[in-house]
Write a protein that binds this ligand. Structure first.
Ligand SMILES: Cc1cc2nc3c(=O)[nH]c(=O)nc-3n(C[C@H](O)[C@H](O)[C@H](O)COP(=O)(O)OP(=O)(O)OC[C@H]3O[C@@H](n4cnc5c(N)ncnc54)[C@H](O)[C@@H]3O)c2cc1C
Length: 382
């Protein structure tokens, strides 16, 4: 067993840090508050080849794994710039297309994903189905060689920035029984409209409700086998969870570094406030939590990259990272006193993204359901 990262991985982290440094938290907050995408940062990371580290070399990517993409996610978040789009574009959509896409789909989409010039977003959540993907009511029906999509998706991150959307819809399977299928739908397809969801979240990516009103999708935009969408989606969901965990770990690192710095500098009773265990211990506790979460995140990514079953570890990593991020952000806010709630310090603004990680991409309760059922062999509760 070896817990050290390779020289290539250490270098990757360092280079991502170097790219992110001139941008930093101020850049991120200014963009998020103005409702603008992080184009400059995205392009800088993309042109250096780091948005597509997990995309196969044959299609212009780095040919590495989810471990390395998770490192990119963690380092960006640790620089104060958590990128939600990394979870969906290269992680879910890149993984699914590289695994299940036709050669033409791979030639069309993967090179752009590798450089970041193409953005794909992912649409599974629906107002009436929520966490229960079996209740998805967006339907794709055959019309000649094409498909017609009808239904509503919500909380679709970055739909305004996307070139296309990987949509999960209900279709008849090969055997005629209903199943789920995946479609790549152009973001500007006729019949597809979107409305922004006003959020209490300081994040650069905006959330959208998408309405599909008989959106025509050519047969060649079906990804994988019709009716087998759920199994295919699961292949992409573990990378998404791992990337979410890595982002949470990065948020925790950012918050702890800001908290520790402030605790070492600020003195109100003659000594730095970090002298007081009431301030030092919550920071130390969160530090332990995030290091544990980072271990599980590395394990989950390693399992996935080895082609082994990563579901349990990916769920545990996402759970642990969300909790660690929240503990770290909370401790950092408390350490900063009043400044913890100010725009200037930008610490409280981290809370929304950290808190979202308890809900998305999969909720804390659905993870606990998974662990109870699969790890502890308890009866299925829902
Ligand atoms: C910022 C943000 C970005 C997102 N981005 C995307 C995206 O890009 N694409 C996309 O498709 N979706 C996206 N989502 C949606 C996200 O994946 C869902 O919000 C999440 O999966 C929960 O679904 P829901 O909101 O419908 O909650 P619900 O399923 O309605 O659940 C509500 C609450 O009940 C709990 N609950 C439900 N069922 C059970 C049960 N059986 N046992 C115990 N508790 C239960 C849940 O854990 C939750 O706490 C995003 C959400 C947010 C907030």
């Amino acid at each position: 067993m070896n817990f050290t990262e390779t020289e290539e991985q250490t270098l990757l982290r360092q280079e991502v840090r170097n790219i992110a440094k001139p941008f930093g938290r101020e850049y991120y907050l200014a963009k998020a508050r103005a409702g603008e995408p992080l184009d400059e940062l995205w392009n800088a990371v993309g042109s250096a080849g780091y948005l597509g580290v997990n995309i196969p070399e044959s299609h212009g990517g780095g040919g590495l794994g989810i471990s390395e993409l998770a490192m990119v996610s963690e380092e960006l978040a640790a620089a104060g710039c958590p990128l939600l789009l990394l979870l969906v574009s290269p992680a879910i959509c890149g993984t699914i297309l590289a695994r299940f896409g036709t050669p033409t789909q791979q030639d069309t989409w993967l090179p752009g994903l590798a450089t970041g010039e193409t953005k794909l977003v992912f649409a599974i959540t629906e107002p009436d189905a929520g966490s229960n993907s079996h209740r998805i009511s967006t339907v794709a029906r055959r019309d000649g060689d094409d498909w017609l999509l009808r239904g509503t998706k919500y909380y679709i991150s970055g739909a305004d920035e996307a070139d296309a959307i990987l949509v999960v819809a209900a279709t008849p399977g090969d055997d005629g029984r209903p199943g789920l299928s995946l479609f790549l739908v152009d973001a500007d397809a006729a019949g597809l409209t979107r409305t922004p969801i006003p959020m209490e979240l300081v994040a650069a990516e905006r959330q959208y409700t998408l309405f599909f009103d008989d959106v025509r999708v050519p047969a060649e935009r079906l990804v994988g086998k019709p009716g087998h969408g759920l199994q295919q989606v699961f292949v992409g969901l573990n990378p998404e969870r791992i990337l979410g965990a890595a982002m949470g770990n990065g948020i925790a690192r950012y918050a702890l570094s800001a908290g520790a710095r402030y605790a070492g500098e600020r003195a109100v009773f003659g000594a730095p406030i970090g002298t007081h265990q009431g301030i030092a211990h919550p920071l130390a506790q969160a530090k332990i939590e995030v290091e544990l979460a980072r271990l599980m995140t590395s394990k989950a990514a390693w399992l996935f990259d080895q082609g082994l079953d990563a579901a349990e570890a990916a769920n545990m990593a996402k759970y642990a990272a969300a909790e660690a991020a929240l503990a770290a952000v909370d401790a950092a806010i408390q350490t900063h006193g009043g400044n913890g709630m100010s725009e200037e310090y930008g610490i409280a603004a981290l809370w929304g993204v950290a808190r979202t990680l308890r809900i998305a991409p999969v909720s804390r309760e659905m993870i606990l359901n998974f662990i109870a059922q699969h790890s502890l062999k308890l009866p299925k509760s829902y």
